[in-house]
Unconditional design. Structure first.
Length: 121
């Protein structure tokens, strides 16, 4: 019997060019332990098409992203859901300090929020 994880691990490093911040882990990502793991998600394909990675990565290769200067985290790290609307806005707001600490500590060149709703919190 395996225990469910208590969070989806961040993919972080110092000197990142880009830190991508998602809403919260999807159910598929939570179960697999890898960011943007849903087979219909275009995340890795778009990174490659934009020239941010030199090859098309698979979700299980998310740990390689710092080699390309990219890090991943979620605004809410410990609450998986089918979509961002399943998580109350109060939970997102309560998670802001932890994200601010990560950004201050790592000092990435650019922070990108993956979703307009995050901007409006």
């Amino acid at each position: 019997m395996s225990l469910a994880p208590d969070h989806l691990p961040d993919i972080l490093a110092e000197n990142l060019d880009l830190l991508i911040v998602g809403f919260n882990p999807s159910l598929v990502s939570w179960a697999s332990g890898h960011h943007y793991a849903n087979p219909v998600n275009n995340f890795y394909r778009l990174l490659f098409k934009a020239g941010l990675t030199s090859r098309l990565l698979k979700p299980e290769e998310d740990v390689l992203l710092p080699e390309f200067g990219i890090g991943l985290t979620n605004f809410v790290i410990d609450t998986p859901s089918a979509n961002e609307t399943a998580v109350p806005v109060s939970v997102y707001r309560a998670s802001g300090a932890a994200l601010e600490e990560k950004v201050a500590r790592l000092e990435p060149k650019v922070v990108s929020f993956n979703g307009l709703k995050l901007y409006n919190l």
